[in-house]
Design a protein around this ligand. Structure first.
Ligand code: ATP
Length: 372
């Protein structure tokens, strides 16, 4: 178990005007599962490659267990990386693939055999040991690639989208396997993914990157419930959080904000008192599908809720839920409908807003407005 500190990491590729990493600071605790997410091109792979030593950094430092490894050769860093493409040696058997790293490090044969056996057991690939990669399924190849990394017992594992070549079912299975492996071995892992669910289910903490800058670092729950800005709020969650522009008003019973459906009907939503200094001003209301449901499906304690009637524009059944689309202040907004109480498009449905869960953003700074 090892601890990794990324201190103000900067990276500029030669010939590229813009900095790719603009000062990334992350402390990764020993045994932590850290997931990096962000849109394509935000610098996730670059950051992983700098940790592995495959790319140099322009500024900052990478500290592993208290030792600065920033300029060390990749082979001396004791870090194992599993890529999206498994990069197995095609002419070698599974056994030889797993043993290869140990062999070139000159380990005695009986130790190599022992280690290969341990890893094969762990990943349940013992029956495949004499096969060649070409004769394995994608999921099996992925396991072998992981086996190769595990056999080395490095200080840290880096996984760069290891599951993205797998079909949906296998991906879910392998996700569970990786989670089990981490629970059992308690190794330090840095893992890149595009998959929201993978990030939410695997991570101890999630780091959200955009344009080479860290936007938020927090537990999956923190990032999901209390996104620091509009970007993080829109990036995490599927379907995404909806953003509705509203004006804060002083009502008789407290602060409120009006939302209008596309048929002209409106409802005054109660909003929290920490918005008191914004009366008369616009804020952006960030609302997730599960915060708008039918009254009969509400599970909350009925404080800070509001009801209104809205026209359902589209319904999208997902299996466990139906996602329905309505319009609020000319913005598309997703709601979660229990299939036990179905609605159809064109219908007017009574919907209930759980305002305790809703978050608010400043339209200028795009930052979440936090309670004082
Ligand atoms: N070797 C390189 N030389 C020059 N520019 C590069 C190099 N590698 C990456 N870049 C640029 O750096 C930026 C970040 O790329 P990177 O691959 O790190 O992003 P990413 O977040 O991993 O993207 P994706 O999710 O698509 O894999 C991109 O603009 C990319 O074009």
């Amino acid at each position: 178990m090892s601890q990794l500190e990324l201190r103000s990491i900067r990276k500029t590729y030669p010939g590229v005007a813009e900095e790719t990493l603009k000062g990334i600071d992350i402390d990764i605790a020993s045994g932590e599962f850290l997931i990096l997410v962000g849109p394509s091109g935000c610098g996730k792979s670059t950051l992983m490659n700098t940790i592995a030593g495959l790319e140099t950094i322009t500024d900052g430092s990478i500290v592993l267990d208290g030792k600065d490894i920033s300029t060390m050769e990749p082979k001396d860093r004791d870090i194992a990386m599993v890529f999206q493409s498994y990069a197995l040696y095609p002419t070698m058997s599974v056994r030889e693939n797993i043993a290869f790293g140990l062999k070139i490090r000159g380990l005695p044969k009986h130790e190599i055999d022992q280690e290969v056996e341990r890893v094969a057991d762990l990943l349940q690939i013992s029956p495949l040991m004499n096969k060649k990669p070409a004769n394995l399924s994608g999921g099996q190849q992925q396991r072998v690639a992981m086996g190769r990394a595990l056999a080395r017992r490095p200080r840290i594992y880096l996984f760069d989208e290891p599951l993205s070549n797998l079909d949906a079912k296998l991906r879910v299975e392998m996700r569970t396997e990786i989670k089990k492996l981490h629970q059992r071995l308690k190794t330090t892992i840095v893992y890149v993914t595009h998959d929201q669910i993978e990030a939410m289910t695997l991570a101890d903490r999630i780091a959200v990157l955009k344009d080479g800058e860290l936007q938020q670092l927090g537990t999956p729950k923190e990032v999901y419930d209390r996104p620091e800005n509009l970007f993080v709020a829109g990036f995490m969650g599927s379907p995404a959080m909806s953003f509705v522009p509203v004006t804060v008003e002083q009502g008789e019973g407290g602060l409120q904000a009006e939302v209008r459906g596309n048929d002209g009907r409106s409802v005054k939503l109660p909003v929290p008192e920490f918005l008191a200094d914004r009366v008369g001003k616009k804020v952006i209301l960030g609302i997730r599908p599960e915060h708008i449901t039918q009254p009969q499906d509400q599970k909350n304690d009925q404080t800070l809720v509001a009801k209104g009637e809205f026209t359902i524009e589209v319904t999208e059944p997902t299996g466990p839920d139906v996602i329905a689309l309505i319009q609020l202040n000319d913005t598309n907004v997703h709601c979660r409908i229990d299939p036990e109480h179905p609605v159809t498009w064109g219908e007017t449905a009574e919907l209930m807003f759980d305002m305790k869960k809703v978050v608010f953003f400043d339209p200028e700074t795009e930052k979440r407005i936090a309670p004082h």
